[in-house]
Each structure stands twice: as C-alpha cells, then as structure tokens.
Design a protein around this ligand. Structure first.
Ligand code: THU
Length: 147
C-alpha cells in the first residue's frame, strides 16, 4: 500500500476510536514485512488511566495477524472527527509508552521500524524511525544478562 492509502486507513481507523473523554481520535495502521496490514484505534475508559492508545491496539492486532517480529512500518493519524472525516493539522507521533512498545517489536525483529505520523486531515506528515524517536531505549536486547 502507498503512504497515502495507509494514511487513509489510519484516518478511517481513528473514526472507530472510543474516545469520549479526550475527544481525540487516533488511528494506527501496521504493515508487516510481507505487506500485510492491520489497524487499531484508541480505546478509552471511565477509569482514565486504563485507556489504550491506537498504536498499542494495532500492535496487539499485528501480533495476532503476523507476529510482533514481522513489523516493517506503522502509520499514525490523530485529530477530531468532522464533517469531512478526521480533522486536525498537527502530525501525531507515538507517545512515550507506545515508543517503548514499538522498540520491543524492533529489537525482536532486529531491524528498525519506520513511523509515518500524519495529521488528522492527512495533509501534514513526518517520517521517523523508532530508534530515532527513542534513542538509547531499554528493550529485550538489554535483558540478555538476566537469569
Ligand atoms: N493517544 C494515542 O492513541 N496514541 C498516541 O500516541 C498519543 C495519544 C490517545 C490516548 C488518548 O485516548 C488520547 O489520544 C488523548 O491523549
């Protein structure tokens, strides 16, 4: 799938978010090394701290569909639902917790993961890698000396 198609998928996924508390809808598409695609959206809870980010939701789907160690790239888009689909001008990059979850997948596979972060309206974007967004992060590679 092209960047544009994946951004459209992430924006569509965001519209299926359950985000009654923040009103901020995030969607995430995860692409495997073989080109398979799964998606997810944020899922909030009345006990606010139990909410799940779109990236975590999509990573769980990715593990079931093809495995956490087969992730090549992800696309994230976030904003507010409007008359013409998801709106918003700021690209949404993964939060710190999601960066940690993505680093787990990157270290499992042994290769970096590309992250395309898009605005709600899909017009603004930035491209990063997880190792760039979480330099010197702690992951499975750092547990090699554990019992
Ligand atoms: N959110 C995500 O889903 N992913 C991120 O990387 C940033 C934040 C969600 C969590 C919460 O439901 C809402 O956006 C506002 O923080």
């Amino acid at each position: 799938m092209t960047d544009e198609e994946l951004i459209a998928l992430a924006r569509a996924a965001a519209l299926k978010a359950y985000a009654p508390y923040s009103g901020f809808h995030v969607g995430c598409a995860v692409v495997s090394t073989r080109g398979e695609v799964v998606s997810g959206a944020n899922l909030e809870n009345a006990c606010y701290r139990l909410g799940i980010c779109a990236e975590q939701s999509a990573l769980a789907a990715a593990q079931h569909a093809f495995g956490l160690d087969q992730i090549a790239r992800i696309v994230v888009a976030g904003g507010t639902p409007g008359a013409h689909g998801l709106a918003g001008q700021q690209p949404v990059t993964p939060c710190g917790g999601c960066r940690q979850a993505l680093l787990e997948a990157a270290q499992l596979s042994g290769h970096d993961i590309e992250i395309l972060s898009a605005s709600g309206d899909g017009r603004a974007m930035r491209r990063d890698t997880i190792r760039g967004l979480l330099p010197h992060g702690f992951g499975p590679e750092d547990l090699k000396d554990a019992d």
